[in-house]
Design a protein around this ligand. Structure first.
Ligand SMILES: [Zn+2]
Length: 259
């Protein structure tokens, strides 16, 4: 960063230039948003956009944050993912921090989103992130894990009630109340309205200053095929009542194997 700060009949200060340098020695980067390229999914390369988002946060004046799921922590694991695409994003906390520093824009900015990543702890100044889980009905234990299509999934029994976990964020500047959501079962990793809806409801209040990772009780249908893989998904703002800057980040999934 190059900045200036001096007095000449008044204080003059500001940032003049910020350069972001990516080190290519021993690392291979990708600009692709395909899961098959990304090392935290099924690929082997480091996504450039995850680093740019984080470093651009520093450029705006943001520091590292370890107490919340956020891009100024583990930016490698901070995505909106549906189907074959995993997009890194700025998120609630960095947006909130930027608003504190610079104020809110005048025009409308609404954006709620869903992610299958969550905060798992802290590593120094950085929040640690991992994939969301599926908990038992009492939310006292995590179900048995299984790798499905190269991603972490869970074994579920037909007819049982389970609690899939999702991270919901409000990336905008005002609280949204009674935000609709639906829980779906899909035969692939792309969650859409044409999948089978097995539950849903309302989130009472989604605040733009808190990431909300929660579990939602649903019953696994009896008519699913035992031994088959499915994807348990969420769609937030399901009834599309919020006028959003992006409606493409409202879905997330967890792979499941039905027993
Ligand atoms: Zn940093």
């Amino acid at each position: 960063m190059r900045y200036h700060c001096y007095w000449l009949f008044g204080w003059h200060y500001g940032l003049d230039e910020v350069d972001i340098v990516l080190d290519s020695s021993g690392r291979s980067w990708t600009t692709s948003q395909s899961k098959s390229s990304n090392t935290v999914y099924t690929g082997s390369r480091l996504p450039i956009d995850a680093v740019i988002n984080h470093e651009a946060g520093h450029y705006l004046g943001l520091m590292h944050v370890n107490w919340e799921y956020n891009v100024m922590g583990d930016s490698w694991r901070h995505h909106h993912t549906n189907g074959s695409t995993a997009r890194t994003y700025f998120g609630e906390d960095a947006s909130h921090g930027s608003r504190v520093l610079y104020g809110s824009q005048n025009s409308t900015f609404n954006d709620v989103s869903a992610s299958h990543w969550r905060r798992t702890g802290a590593s120094g100044e950085y929040s640690s992130h991992g994939r969301v889980r599926i908990r038992n009905a009492a939310n006292t234990a995590t179900l048995s894990g299984i790798t499905i299509a190269g991603e972490p999934g869970y074994r579920v029994n037909r007819g049982s009630t389970v609690r899939p976990e999702f991270t919901i964020e409000n990336n905008g500047k005002q609280t949204h109340n009674n935000v609709s959501y639906g829980i779906y079962i899909s035969s692939n990793d792309y969650i859409s309205y044409s999948d089978t809806r097995i539950g849903g409801g309302l989130f009472g209040s989604i605040h733009p200053a808190d990431v909300y990772t929660t579990t939602i009780p649903v019953t696994i249908p009896n008519n699913l095929n035992p031994g088959q893989n499915y994807w348990l998904g969420i769609i937030v703002d399901e009834n599309n009542t919020i006028s959003e800057v992006s409606g493409s980040n409202n879905r997330a999934y967890i792979p499941i194997r039905v027993d």
